[in-house]
Ligand binder design. Structure first.
Ligand code: PHE
Length: 327
């Protein structure tokens, strides 16, 4: 054993690294996690009787320190200088291009920021959904058009698995797991089998907010939406239009007015239907709630005045690098 230790010591002492690769090979040879010479010896230690373990342990520890010291000293050498005498440290470095956030991410963060201030917490849900979370629990009848293959991307039938058509499925996932009061926001991609044009795409983003507690009323919903919209756009004209969603009652669509586009629908909302609360075991005699779903691309269209949705997903750097997250 002594002979082996002497040999290792000699090898360590005689080692001189010519470059970083040499140094790394040296480190791995002695201290590599699996097969390093010293690592293996450390492992063998455990099998020795206690008194030998102590003596032998000290010896290997000394060797380890020697290796580490060598690595430390050699690391501080400037190998590049040794190797390449033409290296000129005065040449300016290459500048690194720093990326910027995607405009959709900027708006997403902005909405999260605004709603966080009034107590909404952020959660995420899966983009691949089953029938129950995307349709049934949300009270969407069996013959609803969105259940048709023409409108929705089905990944499989029986059981029906879809690319979620809206973020309302997150309401169901959250309410199933958490009892009220809940004040929750989720943002993400949704998919619909639409003809691609400047205003529609097979994928877009929605932000879904919902609030359930005792005595939540439509005026709470209006107030929240007013706050959200004015925080995003400043003082603008807002219009609530009566509408229909199977999972809210009453329901409304919200339009905002802008000189560029006239009235533009940007979200759907309403009081969560008692049937939906029943599906997630929330007692609608005690609790009520509201929900809203806002299209992020629509918000981006108004803020950036870009009315071709396709350009957001072309990934053209010249377009994307114009956006700054100054919110
Ligand atoms: N899920 C609806 C849609 O995608 C929007 C919505 C969300 C409506 C929440 C009411 C309440 O069109």
């Amino acid at each position: 054993m002594d002979q082996k230790v002497d040999q290792i010591k000699k090898e360590i002492n005689c080692f001189h690294a010519k470059n970083y690769e040499d140094l790394e090979a040296f480190r791995i040879k002695f201290l590599g996690k699996k097969k390093g010479i010293l690592t293996v010896l450390f492992k063998k230690l455990k099998k020795l009787p206690i008194h030998e373990r102590k003596i032998f342990g000290n010896v290997i520890n000394d060797l380890k320190k020697k290796v580490q010291k060598k690595i430390q000293i050699d690391h501080s050498k400037n190998f590049i200088k040794d190797e390449d005498e033409n290296f000129d440290p005065t040449i300016p470095g290459k500048s690194v291009v720093i990326g910027s956030l995607h405009p959709i991410s900027i708006i997403k963060n902005r909405i999260i920021d605004v709603l966080k201030k009034i107590g909404f917490s952020y959660v995420e849900g899966p983009e691949i959904e089953d029938d129950w979370h995307n349709f049934t629990a949300l009270n969407i009848p069996i013959d609803h058009p969105s259940r048709d293959m023409q409108d929705t991307f089905f990944l499989c039938k029986n059981p029906d698995i879809v690319l979620r058509t809206h973020t309302s499925s997150v309401q169901i996932r959250y309410m199933k797991k958490n009892s009220p009061p809940s004040r929750v926001l989720s943002v993400g991609k949704v998919y619909r089998n639409e003809t691609i044009s400047s205003r529609s795409y097979f994928m877009f983003h929605q932000a879904e907010g919902f609030y359930i507690d005792k005595k939540v009323s439509f005026s709470d919903l209006k107030q929240t939406i007013h706050y959200l919209i004015t925080s995003l756009f400043g003082e603008v004209k807002i219009r609530f239009r009566p509408s229909y969603f199977p999972f809210t009652e009453p329901s409304a669509e919200v339009d905002i007015y802008n000189n560029h586009t006239g009235w533009l629908e940007i979200m759907g909302c309403g009081m969560i239907d008692p049937e939906v609360l029943k599906n997630v075991n929330v007692d609608s005699e005690i609790y009520s709630g509201f929900a809203f779903g806002i299209g992020i691309e629509r918000v981006a269209l108004l803020i950036y005045q870009i009315d071709d949705i396709r350009i957001y997903f072309d990934n053209d750097i010249r377009f994307l690098r114009q956006f700054q997250s100054d919110f």
